[in-house]
Design a protein around this ligand. Structure first.
Ligand code: BGC
Length: 887
């Protein structure tokens, strides 16, 4: 096969349509069966719509996020781009890649003629506003060439043109920090329009913008009470004439069949109140009134950086049962996030009610974990045939649905669970010989899917679902492996930086809206503003994200340095510390065995060091030196305050040692040795049960492996007793839980108030499965260099991982049998790998692209030590018959 240029991409867009970047960077992959193929030059051809093309040849080995070579894109500009490359040994270029079409959205504020329009603001005595319909009829002459709809609003908008839905996105325009940034999306609606009479319409719901959000009663109308639509339809004719139909005071509005819609509450739809054909010519005409125009929304409008939420999968029920109290309960067999689509035949006025929950308790729907969330959808039938309905403006976290009012039993076709999440591309896979670990990994995937919903959320079901930065930052290394979340997280991090600047500190979650939560710097959560950009840089190789976030990263570290003052210790304020340490009481998850101020100072040292690294990369030499010095000072301060001369770390907890070791906070080798040994002792004394919370959970397996105690790391990983990562799996979990014991061994629910069954913070260990168990890690940003260093153990006879890196697919797979470890590796063109096997002969071997095989002597899976139990686990000598320890 010759060299082929494939997967040409634009910025981090899966579909570069309606993009906001005037100079979008380009990336591509190389397919070649020539081993160690290396690019020395590339040529980009950019063609416009007039058939003019310009070519730009650059001598470079780069293939990722290279600069846009042509003139800057203007609003609505469309370009066709293709690429060809030259290899080290070839005088001839490759063939041109398939072209990719790029289209810009509206890049200038004055492109927007549309005004925000909506119903009157007054709600009467209702706390919420049911979704409202808006529409406009218009005429078009013949010769339509192309039509684009630019859509945004305050709330959630679902557009229709001539009775047909526009696009396949859900929850448009998505969730951003609306005070600062409001997203718009662009749709090609050419095929929906026709000569003569046309109608454009939209249903607009309160959504995140104005609906109920947050715990402790939460808030409503957080960003405003002006629920509104912003739509600009531009129709270009073949003669070049452009007709613009934009929202203004001439639009009309009316109530529709939706009598209520809240993200938490669920949706209520009365099909008897439908307005037939309301968004098509000649449709319903009764009771429409003029909209109210709220003025322009231009300054805050931004194009998307990542994909929207879409429906990505459908699940059929696995069982329909009757609960002890006689309720019909449908089980989808998988805890998921989305909603149910129903197909029902019933008399007019029949109301079908669906209540959602993640788990059952005593055979009944367990709704306590939902706190103030109703998660109830209701459909009132219009009668006269089969009716199909799916809510549009809500989502639930559920595995079980209690169905009420269904005529008879919901049959095979009656109910479908529709899975929703930000439509990222899957990029990571892991598999091994332990079925429980495989199920755990599957659970991690489902948990990521359920919580990457516009912003990375803590949970998808209760009165929260917020972008808690601490959770996202510990999970980020695993997340970036599993899905291409580069665009989505880049977008969200811009909100983090914007909120940071406006608020003067990094809030604990973003989009921020106060609640009863204090606006104060909080370690780990605020540190995410530094950690996450770094992880994205490391995994996606996008230095631009670091530049964008750099001012926020610096401001955060400076703020904490001011708090620490000359002591360099962060010992004040509310700290969540090693949140959800299993030793903490159920009602006080912050009461971990590790001092939260120790955690705070450790993170301060770590983020100061990361800023020093980022500064060096971005060419801020002076900053780099300053933050490196600061990091050293914090490290000394940490050691002075928390480390005994012999290397014991105060609190004497696994998380304290894991932090000290992984963040390199110990003064010398002797202290490190002591800390490693003590960490192992502690983990052993815990009987290899989980002994860390959110913070330690991300670090402990690496700390043990670094201490040469790989077997202990595997014991911890493969433990099945409570608390442990696999305990939930043995309890039938299909997602990762918030607490180690969200469900207790006897099947009852944990008495605590926070009780999610779909929380990714404790799933951060999946990163260890990828990097250490399978052995696939980045050694240079964007996986341009791979580190392939599997550490087999835990009784596993094989493990493998695959990842779609920016350069292409890479695969690592190992098996062991007959006293040998065999490793297969695939390195994509443009990348190289350093391979280290657990054998002195195989250390840091560098290989180029292509397929490789390695082998070395290694013990078989059956020879791995099993998890010690009882006194053996404590590392104590066995008891004698007389009950006295043998000396
Ligand atoms: C969330 C957590 C979050 C925490 C912060 C909880 O309610 O679910 O995951 O990080 O609050 O305190």
């Amino acid at each position: 096969m010759a060299v082929r240029v494939s997967r040409l991409t634009v910025e981090h867009h899966r579909r570069p349509f309606g993009i906001g970047e005037p100079r979008p960077r380009l990336s591509w992959q190389i397919e070649s069966d020539e081993p160690d193929w290396r690019q020395i030059a590339y040529e980009i051809e950019v063609g416009d719509e007039m058939g003019e093309a310009s070519s730009h040849k650059v001598e470079s080995a780069d293939s990722q996020l290279v600069a846009w070579p042509a003139a800057e894109l203007g609003s609505r500009d469309r370009r066709s781009v293709r690429v060809r490359v030259w290899g080290v040994d070839s005088a001839e270029p490759s063939d041109w890649s398939e072209p990719i079409e790029v289209e810009a959205g509206l890049l200038q504020q004055d492109d927007w003629l549309a005004e925000l329009v909506g119903p009157e603001r007054e709600l009467g005595d209702r706390p919420d506003r049911p979704p409202v319909l808006m529409r406009k009829a218009f005429e078009l002459r013949a010769g339509i060439e192309r039509a684009r709809l630019y859509l945004s609003g305050h709330g959630m908008c679902l557009a229709e043109v001539n009775g047909r839905r526009v696009g396949d996105d859900v929850f448009t325009p998505g969730w951003t920090s609306y005070h600062h940034r409001v997203r718009y999306r662009t749709y090609d609606v050419t095929a929906l329009l026709r000569e003569g009479a046309n109608v454009i319409g939209a249903t607009v719901a309160e959504g995140w913008y104005a609906g109920h959000l947050g715990f402790h009663g939460g808030k409503r109308r957080i960003w405003g009470d002006d629920v509104a639509l912003l739509a600009q339809l531009e129709v270009r004719h073949v003669d070049g004439h452009v007709e613009t139909i934009a929202t203004d005071a001439s639009w009309q509005c009316a109530d529709g069949p939706l009598t209520g819609a809240g993200i938490y509450a669920g949706e209520t739809y009365d099909a008897r109140c439908e307005r037939p054909g309301w968004s098509a010519p000649g449709g319903d005409a009764e009771g429409w009134t003029p909209v109210r125009a709220f003025g322009r929304e231009t300054a805050r409008l931004v194009g998307p950086l990542g994909p929207p939420v879409r429906r990505t999968e459908e699940l059929t029920p696995v069982a329909v049962t009757r609960s002890p109290s006689g309720k019909t309960i449908v089980d989808f067999g998988q805890n998921l996030v989305g909603r149910v689509r129903l197909r029902v035949r019933a008399r007019a006025g029949t109301a079908v009610t669906l209540r959602h929950a993640e788990v059952l308790e005593d055979g009944e729907l367990a709704t306590r974990p939902l706190r103030a969330v109703a998660a109830t959808d209701r459909y009132v039938c219009k009668g006269g045939g089969t009716e199909e309905w799916e809510p549009d403006f809500t989502y639930h976290g559920f595995r079980y649905v209690e169905v009420d009012g269904w005529p008879g039993e919901p049959g095979e076709d009656g109910l479908r669970a529709v899975v929703l999440h930000t439509d990222m591309e899957r990029t990571g896979w892991f598999e091994c010989s332990n079925p429980l670990l495989n199920r755990f990994h599957e659970n991690v995937l489902w948990t990521m899917r359920g919580n990457f919903m516009e912003v990375p959320t803590d949970c998808p079901q209760r009165d929260e679902r917020l972008g808690w930065i601490g959770d996202a930052s510990v999970f980020a290394p695993a997340a970036t492996f599993l899905y291409d979340c580069s665009g989505m997280l880049r977008d969200w991090l811009l909100d983090v930086a914007t909120e940071h600047e406006a608020l003067g500190t990094v809030p604990a979650y973003v989009p921020w809206f106060g609640l009863s939560w204090p606006l104060a710097p909080m370690a780990v959560w605020g540190d995410g503003a530094v950690v996450m950009p770094w992880v994205l840089y490391e995994r996606f190789g996008d230095q631009e994200i670091l530049s964008e976030q750099y001012p926020s990263m610096v401001a955060w570290v400076d703020e904490i340095a001011r708090i620490g003052g000359p002591s360099h210790l962060w010992q004040s304020g509310i700290q969540l510390g090693d949140w959800l340490d299993p030793a903490a009481p159920a009602d006080a998850p912050e009461k971990a065995r590790t001092d939260p101020y120790l955690v705070a100072t450790a993170y301060h040292a770590y983020t100061a060091w990361l800023v020093a690294e980022a500064a060096a990369l971005l060419g801020h030499g002076e900053d780099s030196r300053r933050y490196r010095t600061l990091a050293d000072e914090i490290k000394f301060a940490f050691a002075r305050e928390y480390v005994s001369p012999s290397g014991r770390v105060v609190c004497d907890s696994p998380t304290a040692y894991a932090l000290a070791l992984q963040f390199d906070l110990l003064p010398d080798d002797a202290a490190r040795e002591r800390a490693r040994a003590r960490l192992l002792e502690l983990v052993r004394a815990e009987g290899y049960h989980a002994c860390t919370g959110f913070v330690g959970g991300r670090l402990i397996c690496d700390a043990l492996a670094g201490a040469g105690a790989i077997d202990a790391a595997y014991h911890l990983l493969t433990q099945t007793e409570c608390p442990s990562w696999l305990y939930a799996v043995t309890m039938g979990a299909t997602t990762v839980w918030e607490r180690w014991d969200s469900m207790l061994p006897d099947g009852r629910l944990n008495p605590g108030d926070m009780l999610s069954f779909n929380h990714y913070a404790l799933a951060s260990v999946a990163d260890w499965l990828h990097r250490i168990v399978a052995g696939l890690a980045p050694a240079a940003p964007g996986y341009r260099r791979l580190l392939v260093a599997p550490l087999p153990g835990g009784g596993l006879s094989h493990a493998s991982a695959a990842h779609e890196t920016p350069y292409g697919r890479t695969e690592v797979s190992w098996t062991r049998a007959g006293g040998r470890l065999e490793v297969d590796l695939l390195v994509p063109a443009g990348a190289r790998a350093f391979v280290s096997l657990p054998d002195p002969e195989w250390q840091d071997v560098e290989v180029g692209s292509g397929r490789h095989h390695f082998a070395c002597p290694f013990r078989d899976a059956a020879e791995d030590p099993p998890i010690p139990t009882g006194v053996a686990a404590l590392g104590l000598p066995p008891e004698t018959d007389s009950g006295v320890f043998e000396s």
